[in-house]
Design a protein around this ligand. Sequence first.
Ligand code: FES
Length: 110
Amino acid sequence: MPKVIFVERDGTRREVDAPLGLSVLEIAHKNDIDIEGACEGSLACSTCHVIVDTDWYELLKDASEDEEDMLDLAFGLTATSRLGCQIVMTEELDGLVVRLPASTRNLLRG
Ligand code: FES
């Protein structure tokens, strides 16, 4: 079974099972990892924002234009940010490391 490693906001690393074909968002939800995913994968929010480890970023399929548009609204955007609902597990991504952004809420604060 492939694995995904989530780095939580406090720096804790959690390695979890990542069934092929599931999105990073679905995998997070199965494991009680705190990614909101308000629109459940329909590209209508940016609350599933994750920061992909640079070594892994290149292996991901390019983001669609819709994903890019939504990402622009994400809080704490970085050069390797993606939407968790758009990263689908493949064999190749076994060991993927993604970090939770510092905050997806309090959009109006600083
Ligand atoms: S869950 Fe809304 S865009 Fe991913």
